[in-house]
Write a protein that binds this ligand. Structure first.
Ligand SMILES: *Cc1c(COP(=O)(O)O)cnc(C)c1O
Length: 430
């Protein structure tokens, strides 16, 4: 396998795009090497500019529940484009997608479409603040909610201090309103609430975290969060940008049987086009402009091409509920194969999986929190990644990511993956 054309394109790209990319993780910084330029995708496979074929486990970081370029989404797009690409006026399709979301996710009474997951979470926080007339928010270490200023905060020395910005450009003024608790540790939440009585507008969480690798919340933890939010009149936001329509048709909230006040969506909801959405209780969402005073707008929001792709995706989910059993069976098969491979090499590394979201952590300890996750041996992961890539298996280029299985993945893909994994293990565990 050679990457001559990719390397040439990368040399051109770094002269004009920061780091050669439009989103940091694509640059392979944490695993080394230079990024591969992809030309096309079909089903479970992607093909690069040098003609190499890969079994893809990134799935564009989540949207491709059905693999690359499924015909029902392609056809919907081709039909929609005949009528024009954007009007900046209401269209019927926006209502149809909204009604579908509500049908699949019953906690949604009103919904607003935006253009990315980041826009969804940042708007949901504004609405929670406007609704509660409070300023502070609680997030969890290791959870990612997009790149809005007030999410780029980590706990300082001990989670009880004010937040410290993790990115230059985020002001201390903004950082002080973001409090960071420990995932799956209810006491850390209780402490923050006690110290900030009546000041907390919202708690936002990935109910199944996917951005520190896959780390599901414990059910009792989420139940307690729900109860605390009710008692303290805090808006509970489930960030289901990754889990929405992936782990179940109704997302993580269906699996846990817990209704948040607001939910954010992205990824699958756009069928591969840039879409995000936030929605939930009517009492809260009716404050959004123009029905209420909380401003939020978007020139291309509800864009007809994006809505056409989103409708095709969600309608497929509605009419094919069996896909979740299929995804579970396939993912389980791959997981057991990976467990066998690890056993063959006498390694007890952890695999966390919820449905079609999986992470192999290069640590032998249980992973239930961010601090557990970062015990992983990232050097070993980098070698693993590079060796898998050379064997035609495209994993997310970072330890702390979920990899995704789609309905398009086949048992043949898994056999190829497991073979590559055995060869890779032989090299990296020698
Ligand atoms: C991907 C992701 C986001 C950000 O979505 P973008 O579309 O990349 O802005 C927010 N929250 C979660 C949980 C995500 O996985």
């Amino acid at each position: 396998m050679n990457f001559v054309k990719s390397e040439l394109l990368y040399q051109r790209a770094i002269k004009i795009l920061p780091g050669g990319v439009n989103s940091p993780v694509r640059a392979f910084k944490s695993v080394g090497g230079t990024p591969i330029f992809i030309q096309k995708g079909h089903g479970s496979k992607i093909y690069d500019v040098d003609g190499n074929e890969f079994v893809d486990y990134i799935g564009s970081w989540g949207p491709h529940l059905f693999g690359h370029n499924p015909s029902f989404i392609k056809d919907a797009l081709l039909e929609a484009v005949q009528n024009g690409t954007s009007f900046g006026t209401p269209t019927e399709l926006e209502i149809k997608v909204a009604e579908l979301v509500k049908e699949l996710v019953p906690s949604i009474e009103l919904i607003r479409f935006v253009n990315s997951g980041t826009e969804a979470t940042m708007s949901a926080i504004r609405v929670a603040r406007g609704f509660t007339k409070r300023n502070k928010i609680i997030k969890f270490e290791g959870c990612y909610h997009g790149h809005a200023d007030f999410f780029l905060i980590k706990a300082g020395s001990g989670a009880l201090t004010f937040g410290i910005p993790t990115s230059p450009g985020v002001t201390e003024g903004i950082a002080k309103d973001t409090l960071v608790a420990d995932f799956n540790k209810i006491d850390s939440v209780k402490n923050l609430i006690q110290k900030n009585k009546n000041d907390i507008a919202a708690i936002i969480i990935e109910p199944i975290a996917g951005n520190m690798g896959v780390v599901p919340a414990e059910k009792t933890f989420l139940q307690e969060l729900r109860q605390i939010c009710d008692e303290e009149k805090i808006v509970l936001i489930f960030d289901e940008v990754m889990t929405g329509f992936r782990v179940a048709k109704g997302g993580a909230q269906e699996i846990y049987n817990i209704q948040p006040d607001l939910t954010t969506f992205g990824k699958i909801i756009g069928g591969g086009l840039p879409v995000g959405a936030y929605g939930g209780k009517k009492e809260i969402m009716s404050l959004v402009s123009p029905s209420g005073p909380i401003y939020q707008a978007g020139t291309l929001s509800g864009n007809p091409l994006a809505m056409a792709a989103g409708y095709a995706a969600l309608n497929y989910i509605k009419t094919h509920p069996e896909i979740y059993d299929d995804l579970e069976n396939k993912s389980q098969y791959l997981e057991s194969g990976m467990i066998n491979n690890l056993r063959m090499f006498n390694k007890k590394f952890r695999i966390n999986r919820v449905g079609s979201m999986i992470t192999l952590f290069f640590t032998e300890d249980e992973v239930k929190t961010y601090n557990d996750a970062i015990k992983s041996n990232t050097n070993l992961f980098s070698k693993y990644f590079q060796n898998m890539l050379k064997r035609g298996i495209y994993l997310p280029p970072a330890q702390f990511e979920a990899f995704f299985i789609s309905t398009a993945h086949s048992f043949e893909d898994f056999e190829k993956t497991l073979n590559a994994q055995r060869e890779t293990f032989k090299i990296i565990f020698e």
